[in-house]
Design a protein around this ligand. Structure first.
Ligand code: BG6
Length: 483
């Protein structure tokens, strides 16, 4: 099969807290991501434990520095090895790199008057390196790494003061990097806010006396992010027409578990609140009626001023990006839960799953692309997709990862089909070009990369990089565009 689109962007995606390391270097503060120690007993099938983490746990983790291991403080040491990594991405044939910028390097406490020059310098050098190697940059401004001082002092995103801190940070970096970075995504997986408020918003359950208050704070935090994003888009227009602003949603496509209309409706209403709601707000600029009904019925309350709603209405994103890993099923009563890092859905007997229970569904990607195109008619970009597997280097210092080749090839085929269906999809960044620390389980051993990194879960190893079989396969695909 020949991939038909010529000017398609092909690359890889990572996030700062999962790759950079150097957590206390050049003025950086700690982020919430770097405060969570590795827990080897984590149930791989559980959604994740992040939400049960309290501020006390985070603070205790500082005291226990000696004993516990904090994988995201080390990452894969991209901070010091980025030149080597970017050279490998180029060698693989990639023409775009999606990465994120750590707020904690630019405004370590959030409320400094001036940005940290060393932080600005680091990212300038990384972006220049990408340019030099022929790669566009897609930059996520916040990817699950609220600086801990902001979480502690302000209580995270439910506090409206954080909007101003973020807008100031975003304005500084847009001015600084407008000629080096073309694609901008203010928030990674914005829909994770109410599912995992600590991860997405930097708010802690223990600060709220009831689940209801916590949920109100989560939706307040989400609204504040919608508004902050719109404000950033408004400001971007005054900085440079080179800046292309998109959104990023964890696109959790689900199917009804059967053809019982009760379950079909259950699935539709779940899809409304799990994903369409987010795209609707960011592309149509309004809270849809079904969401208002949902909030009313659930008793969810948050403050949205007329001025904020006006800014949201007038500043929509230009394109959609989304992560796509799996699909699951929905029924009125969830009987058999599948895996996932963010949301619990049901099992699908027609799909195989990864070791973590993520159900592999390439056709679901074509379905998703068609659904989003039909509904929004804006360019689409797959900003994350990939497979996590436990792997070891063999005696030839490589990994024969045929399953990854198959996973990627099958998804590429379905993108091609969607393009033939008429969908405007302009790029793909795999999660990940290189092994990174897992977001949900904090493991190094959950590997997604084309490139193996020699660290185990406790960061024992050389940290050296080795090409897997999929690296060579992808390189070949980039030359021939044949599958
Ligand atoms: C996405 C996140 O939800 O899933 C990434 O944006 C994350 O940060 C990826 O790494 C895979 O999840 P995990 O938990 O396997 O690392």
């Amino acid at each position: 099969m020949k991939f038909i689109k010529k000017d398609f962007l092909w690359g890889g995606a990572t996030s700062a807290s999962q790759v950079e390391g150097a957590y206390d270097v050049d003025g950086k503060s700690l982020t919430i991501a770097e405060m969570r120690p590795f827990n080897p007993n984590l149930d791989r099938k559980s959604v994740h434990e992040l939400n049960n983490y309290t501020r006390k746990d985070y603070e205790k983790s500082i005291e226990n520095k000696e004993r516990l291991h904090y994988p995201k403080r080390i990452g894969i040491d991209f901070y010091h090895r980025y030149k080597e990594d970017i050279a490998l991405f180029k060698e693989a044939g990639m023409n775009i790199y999606r990465m994120s910028i750590a707020w904690s390097r630019i405004f370590p406490n959030g409320d400094e008057k001036e940005p940290n020059k060393q932080g600005l310098k680091f990212y300038k050098e990384v972006f220049e390196e990408c340019k030099k190697n022929g790669m566009e940059v897609m930059l996520t401004i916040q990817h699950y790494d609220v600086p801990y001082p902001i979480a502690k002092k302000y209580g995270g995103w439910s506090n409206k003061q954080v909007i101003n801190l973020f807008v100031k940070f975003a304005t500084v970096i847009m001015k600084e990097y407008k000629d080096l970075v073309k694609y901008w995504l203010p928030f990674n997986e914005i829909n994770v806010a109410p599912l995992a408020p600590t991860t997405g918003l930097g708010i802690f359950r223990e600060n709220f006396s009831s689940e209801k208050e916590y949920m109100n704070a989560a939706y307040q935090g989400l609204h504040n992010q919608f508004y902050a994003q719109a404000k950033v888009i408004e400001i971007a227009k005054t900085i440079s027409s080179n800046i292309k602003m998109g959104c990023m949603v964890a696109n959790m496509t689900t199917y009804s578990s059967d053809c019982n209309p009760v379950n079909i409706w259950e699935n539709l209403s779940s899809q409304q609140m799990q994903r369409y709601f987010y795209y609707d707000v960011m592309l149509k600029g309004e809270y849809p009626t079904y969401s208002k009904r949902y909030f009313e019925e659930k008793g969810i309350k948050f403050e949205a001023t007329p001025e904020e709603l006006k800014v949201i209405k007038e500043n929509n994103v230009e394109y959609i990006t989304f992560s796509y890993y799996m699909t699951s099923t929905v029924s009125k009563e969830l009987k058999d839960a599948a895996g996932g890092n963010l949301m619990l859905g049901g099992k699908n007997p027609f799909l195989k799953a990864t070791e973590w229970g993520w159900q592999i569904d390439p056709i679901g990607l074509r379905i998703t692309l068609n659904q989003l195109w039909d509904r929004y008619q804006v360019p689409l970009f797959i900003s994350e997709n990939g497979i996590g597997v436990v792997e070891q280097l063999d005696k030839n210092k490589t990994v024969e990862d045929d399953y990854r080749i198959e996973y990627l090839a099958k998804h590429f085929e379905q993108i091609n089909e969607a393009i033939k269906d008429g969908v405007d999809v302009f790029g793909y960044t795999m999660w990940t070009p290189i092994d990174v620390v897992s977001l949900s389980t904090n493991e190094m051993s959950k590997r997604y990369g084309l490139i193996f990194v020699d660290y185990d879960d406790y960061h024992k190893g050389t940290g050296d990089r080795f090409k897997k079989k999929s690296f060579t396969w992808f390189q070949e695909f980039m030359k021939t565009k044949e599958l």
